[in-house]
Design a binder for this molecule. Structure first.
Ligand SMILES: Cc1cc2nc3c(=O)[nH]c(=O)nc-3n(C[C@H](O)[C@H](O)[C@H](O)COP(=O)(O)O)c2cc1C
Length: 330
């Protein structure tokens, strides 16, 4: 890959050049992260030996996510992917919270120093490449308790939590999902926004039809909104809630890091993941989600986990934004 380096860096010591290249590759790897409606609402600024992560408001779905919470969570997933890439290539990473009150969308700054190659992260790089949102019906064996424990541990290592919804809570989730669907569907600005991001965008964002095609009614993301959560469907699925201690931007960012870490572990274990954000998007059902976690934390995202009893084990991939639209180099 041709590497552009400004003259200031070209003349600098080789170490600075190596840092710049590692950070560039980390930002590129972050492009594989999941994001709400595949909006990729982040922008990286690479300056010499630092990499800054910004929320890109131009790609926030403002009707569904007016406070950019789910966009910030998506940025957290990108941040975790970048951290894995750096650890896999032998860099220690420091993530600095930014205190720039004039720019609240400047989320964090990454600084790196030489370390040793993390073999766990090297393995995770493989999972980054094959991870997908899987909207197919869950038809296989239930998720084993040991696997759920491993996914939970990965999420917790990032400072977020995972709560297993019990069978009776699944009925409540189902009712809330239906309420969210009935609230969103008649709302024409919401439908327009969904239509804008569904079917795939020319600039390679949005959810492509190939990623959402499904034999089950009610699962067509483009026409009907998010897949249904119903007690009849996905009998062997496990539903969990990603949640955590607070509702600040830093909390949502951390939740995204937890989502990425847990999802990569699930991928390694052959467990499919489907985020279901409608109940978080609608304020009334977000309150119901809060009650489901017994009011002890803030709910960030419902996840359906499961296994697929199918010879074809991989759903199609979703398009990615070109690098120059997510990374600025100065
Ligand atoms: C915060 C968040 C919310 C999401 N909500 C939904 C959802 O409600 N329904 C759905 O089908 N996919 C949902 N997704 C999955 C995205 O559509 C998916 O990550 C994106 O299209 C990229 O595809 P990929 O995950 O296969 O790379 C969500 C993802 C994130 C990060």
């Amino acid at each position: 890959m041709a590497t552009y380096l400004p003259s200031r860096i070209n003349g600098a010591v080789p170490e600075l050049r190596a840092m710049n290249e590692a950070l560039l590759q980390a930002a590129q790897t972050a492009g594989y992260a999941p994001s709400i409606r595949n909006t990729r609402p982040w922008r990286w600024r690479l300056t010499g030996s630092t990499l800054d992560l910004h929320l890109d408001r131009s790609r926030v779905v403002t009707i569904s996510d007016p406070d950019a919470r789910l966009a910030t969570l998506s940025c957290g997933a990108a941040l975790h992917h970048a951290r894995v890439a750096l650890a896999a290539s032998g860099w220690k990473v420091k993530v600095l919270q930014t205190s720039d009150h004039s720019d609240p969308d400047h989320l964090v700054q990454l600084r790196i120093a030489r370390g040793t190659t993390d073999s766990f992260a090297v393995q995770r790089m493989q999972a980054i490449l094959v991870r997908r949102t899987d909207r197919r019906p869950v038809t296989g064996a239930p998720v084993a308790p040991a696997d759920l424990a491993a996914i939970t541990k990965s999420v917790e290592a990032q400072g977020a939590w995972l709560y297993l919804l019990h069978p009776d809570q699944r009925h409540e989730l189902s009712a809330a999902a239906e309420y969210a669907r009935r609230t969103q569907l008649p709302d024409s600005p919401w439908r327009d926004e969904l239509a804008y991001w569904a079917g795939g965008r020319p600039e390679r964002t949005g959810v492509a039809d190939s990623a959402i095609a499904s034999p089950m009614p009610g699962r067509n993301f483009g026409n009907y909104g998010s897949p249904k959560v119903s007690a009849e469907d996905d009998q062997t699925a496990t539903f969990v809630m990603l949640y955590g201690p607070g509702d600040t931007s830093a909390d949502w960012l951390r939740a995204g890091e937890g989502l990425s870490a847990g999802w990569l572990t699930a991928t390694e274990l052959g467990i499919t993941v489907l985020p279901l954000s409608a109940t978080i998007e609608v304020p009334a059902t977000r309150e119901v989600m809060k009650r489901l976690v017994a009011g002890v934390g803030h709910p960030y995202l419902v996840l359906r986990l499961g296994t697929i009893d199918s010879a074809d084990s991989t759903p199609p991939s979703t398009p990615r934004l070109p690098t120059d639209q997510i990374i600025d180099r100065t």
